[in-house]
Design a protein around this ligand. Structure first.
Ligand code: GLN
Length: 200
């Protein structure tokens, strides 16, 4: 069983732990650099990306996550997607630069702060993870404004990408861990299993 870390400095890490268990992985809460050792992958949860950044810097983890992400898969949800991005706006802030996406924070405005919608995922997601609508819980969500040429879009909301993948990484601007549907976590875990298998 793959050991998947969940960054547990701040935010909704507990829900990701349960979701990973349901998706067939063993979750490991990560609060310091040494706890990244031996993990097959990592989840960066939602929360407040500026607070997470500050805590990462306090723990000396920012650079360690960047190095981890060059070798192992990371799933970032909401604030986690902001941390994975190549560029962040509204306002600009540092990020790990592990995915070729430009992300605008708090981009749906105050009226749309939080909402639950049902999306029809793109055919590529349906093929890889299974057919059917996907529930998406948005909480002060960012918008992915630009995606690089190697980014695959798995789902959109109002035309904007909300679930994307690039190489070994995945990012969601919503909170799949807060819905009962486990397809997103399962797809991530399957990818981790396949990667580990090809790496021997
Ligand atoms: N608005 C938060 C941020 O910019 C993200 C919200 C979330 O993770 N639910 O960091």
């Amino acid at each position: 069983m793959r050991r998947v870390g969940v960054l547990a400095l701040q935010g909704d890490f507990e829900a990701h732990g349960k979701a990973l268990e349901q998706a067939g992985a063993r979750p490991v809460m990560v609060r310091r650099v040494t706890e990244l050792d031996g993990l097959d992958a990592l989840v960066i949860p939602g929360g407040e990306s500026t607070t997470m950044l500050r805590l990462l810097e306090d723990e000396g983890m920012f650079e360690a996550l960047r190095v981890f992400g060059r070798q192992r898969p990371i799933l970032g949800t909401c604030a986690g997607a902001i941390l994975l991005a190549g560029e962040v706006t509204n306002p600009p802030q540092p990020s790990l630069g592990l995915m070729d996406i430009v992300v605008e924070r708090n981009a749906y405005g105050r009226q749309l702060e939080s909402r639950v919608v049902r999306l029809e995922p793109e055919p590529e997601f349906a093929r890889a993870a299974g057919e059917g609508e996907l529930e998406a819980v948005f909480i002060r969500a960012p918008i992915i404004r630009r995606t690089g040429p190697n980014v695959r879009v798995y789902a959109r909301y109002l035309g904007d990408p909300v679930l994307v993948a690039e190489g070994r990484h995945m990012a969601a601007t919503f909170h799949p861990e807060l819905s009962a549907d486990r397809r997103v976590h399962r797809l991530f875990v399957e990818q981790v299993e396949r990667g580990a298998a090809t790496a021997g």
